[in-house]
Design a protein around this ligand. Structure first.
Ligand SMILES: *[C@@H]1O[C@H](CO)[C@@H](O)[C@H](O)[C@H]1NC(C)=O
Ligand SMILES: *[C@@H]1O[C@H](CO)[C@@H](O)[C@H](O)[C@H]1NC(C)=O
Length: 445
């Protein structure tokens, strides 16, 4: 027994290390298992590259800091809200490409009654004004704009359906259509333009010597307004238009905040009566343009004509001017450009200063289409930038477009104009003087 007991104890003593070893083994296995099943908090890299982005340059896209879509639309400004609805309504990804002409947004908060022909009735409407808490304290031009910003169809009082028709599209292409924003009373500006840089007919390039067809048309609204009574110039304007056949007049009040209507209505007119124009100039009636030099420049940028098969798409979507980027709306209530925060939030898209821009006729036709989905904005050049943005087109900057004029000391020197395509601003008298000076061969500069 004792032997047996002893041997039993010996056996226990012999087995002890194995027992301890097996415990150790279990412990190790459990810890390995726990370690394996433990996943740390996911650590995002400081820079996150979205799948599909190849970064050959080594520059990584930063990780977004917040959601990048705006969920709090109700806090947005009126224009941004209206445009958001439009963008959603006409988003080809959400809606396919069959959206077609569905007219204005169908959101009941923003819907205006639609007339049988699809246009909205153009009488002032307080629907959108009621969404602006500070409407009553806004400057008058802003109030007027909000009350009628649902209207974009105004009838023509004076039309020129034949302006481009004389052109035989086959033999003579219209190189440049100059559309100039004018007002009823600016008879002298228009006449100075006709006698100088805006002469219709065959115009010679400055360096190239080739001659191109150029047509000029003036864009006018109605002259009446809040600034008191005006002398009645209707008969005089009729006389001028009968004589020169270069006036387009629409039935809306010609005010600064209604200038965008001139773009929209002019694009409509152009697509009906002048769709073949190679290029369009659109500018003010107080600028000076070196038309010959502009023709030189445009000839270089002309897309190959229909017959040639190497048509380059890029040149068709062409817009050049004095490009302004990262501009913010003016928040000073006493300025002409004031836009209240409740109306528009955010930075303006890149745009070309409205004193004068040049774009291709093909682009004008695309603008006519896309502008239907861009809510009216009171500043016309910014509005054009908004339309370009939606077409994915960047305006080209050209240093020859001086919408802020030359340095004062150089304005009298003809040499200073050598590289100028357009300069703002010049009175009718100055236009005539400058035209004469620049016609003579420039002295050595
Ligand atoms: C868009 O619509 C046109 C005609 O309506 C059709 O030919 C085209 O295939 C459509 N494109 C897509 C991507 O659905
Ligand atoms: C624009 O023209 C329309 C029609 O004449 C007018 O009702 C509206 O008040 C004008 N808007 C501005 C901002 O002057």
């Amino acid at each position: 027994m004792a032997r047996c007991r002893c041997s039993g104890r010996a056996l226990c003593l012999c087995l002890l290390p194995f027992l301890m070893m097996s415990h150790l083994l279990v412990y190790i296995m459990v810890s390995i298992f726990v370690a394996m099943s433990y996943t740390p908090e996911p650590q995002l890299p400081r820079h996150y590259v979205a799948p599909g982005v190849s970064s050959n340059s080594g520059a990584l896209a930063p990780h977004p800091l917040a959601t990048f879509w705006n969920l709090r639309l109700v806090e947005g400004a009126l224009w941004n809200r209206l445009q958001h609805l439009q963008d959603r309504e006409h988003n080809p990804i959400l809606k396919g490409n069959s959206t077609g002409d569905r007219g204005p947004s169908t959101d009941p908060n923003y819907m205006h009654e639609t007339e049988a022909d699809g246009s909205t009735p153009c009488s002032p409407d307080h629907l959108w004004a009621s969404q602006l808490p500070d409407f009553n304290t806004m400057p008058e031009q802003m109030q007027d704009f909000v009350l009628s910003m649902h209207c974009r169809h105004y009838s023509l009082l004076i039309d020129q359906p034949g302006l481009c028709a004389e052109q035989d599209a086959e033999t003579e292409t219209l190189m440049l259509l100059m559309a100039i924003k004018s007002q009823v009373g600016h008879f002298e500006n228009r006449q100075a333009i006709r006698e100088t840089w805006g002469r219709s007919g065959l115009v010679k390039e400055e360096a190239g010597g080739k001659r191109w067809q150029v047509r000029t048309i003036f864009l006018l609204g109605r002259q009446d307004g809040t600034t008191g009574p005006h002398p009645d110039l209707v008969a005089l304007l009729k006389l001028e238009s009968d004589h020169h056949k270069d006036i387009l007049q629409w039935d809306f009040r010609d005010t600064f905040f209604n200038l965008t209507l001139k773009d929209l209505l002019f694009w409509d007119w152009l697509s009906m009566h002048c769709p073949h124009a190679h290029f369009v100039f659109k500018g003010d009636d107080d600028v000076f343009v070196r038309t010959g030099a502009l023709l030189d420049y445009l000839n270089e940028h002309k897309a190959p004509s229909q017959g040639e098969n190497n048509r380059s798409k890029g040149k068709e979507d062409f817009l050049v001017g004095d490009v302004i980027t990262n501009a913010w709306p003016s928040r000073q209530a006493n300025t002409k450009y004031y836009i209240p925060e409740s109306f528009y939030k955010g930075v303006y898209p890149a745009y070309a200063g409205g004193g004068g821009v040049v774009y291709s006729g093909a682009l004008a036709l695309r603008l006519q289409v896309v502008s239907r989905w861009v809510s009216l904005f009171p500043i016309d050049d910014v509005y054009l930038g908004m339309c370009l943005h939606r077409l994915g087109i960047s305006p080209l900057h050209h240093p020859g477009f001086l919408t802020f004029d030359l340095p004062e000391a150089e304005r009298e020197k003809p040499c200073a104009y050598r590289r100028v395509l357009l300069v703002h601003k010049r009175s009718p008298k100055e236009m005539l003087t400058l035209w004469k000076e620049l016609k003579a061969p420039l002295p050595e500069c």
